[in-house]
Write a protein of this length. Structure first.
Length: 135
C-alpha cells in the first residue's frame, strides 16, 4: 500500500536512539511505495540539528531522501497550495498549522493514508474522513 509519511516519521527513523525508531522504520518499510512531501525534507533539515545531528549528517540524510530509489518525493506545487488553502477554509482549519495541512492534504488528494506520530493531527484528519496510520 502506498503511504505518505509525515515529517515526524522521518525524524524518528533518522534518530536511532528514539523510542519510536523501530515503529517509524517499520512504517516506511511496510509501505509498498512510501511518499514524502517535499515540505518534509525542508522540515527535516531544521529539525535534525535540534537532535544533535551535525551538518554533514543532515546533508547526508537529505541527499538520501532526495535520491532514494525506494521513497518518492511529492513536490509542492501551486496546485497543491491552492487546494490545501481552499480545503482549510472549507473545513475551518487554522493556518497556524499550514505546514501540517499541506502534508495531510497531499495524502488526502492522492487518496492514500498519512502515517504520523502527531496524535492531534491524526484526530483532526480522522474527523475529516482521512485515512491515517498512527505511529
Amino acid at each position: 500500500m502506498t503511504t505518505l509519511v509525515d515529517t515526524n516519521v522521518l525524524v524518528y527513523d533518522a534518530i536511532e536512539n528514539s523510542p519510536y525508531h523501530g515503529r517509524a522504520s517499520n512504517i516506511i518499510d511496510e509501505s509498498e511505495d512510501p511518499l514524502i512531501n517535499s515540505l518534509s525534507i525542508i522540515e527535516l533539515g531544521f529539525v535534525l540539528p535540534r537532535y544533535g545531528i551535525e551538518n554533514e549528517g543532515v546533508r547526508e540524510k537529505l541527499e538520501e531522501l532526495l535520491h532514494s530509489d525506494y521513497l518518492t518525493v511529492s513536490w509542492i506545487s501551486g496546485k497543491i497550495l491552492e487546494g490545501v488553502s481552499a480545503f482549510m477554509v472549507e473545513n475551518n482549519l487554522s493556518f497556524r498549522d499550514f505546514n501540517d495541512w499541506i502534508i495531510a492534504y497531499d495524502a488526502h488528494s492522492r487518496n492514500v493514508p498519512l502515517a504520523t506520530f502527531d496524535k492531534t493531527l491524526s484526530k483532526r484528519c480522522k474527523r475529516l474522513g482521512m485515512d491515517m496510520i498512527d505511529g
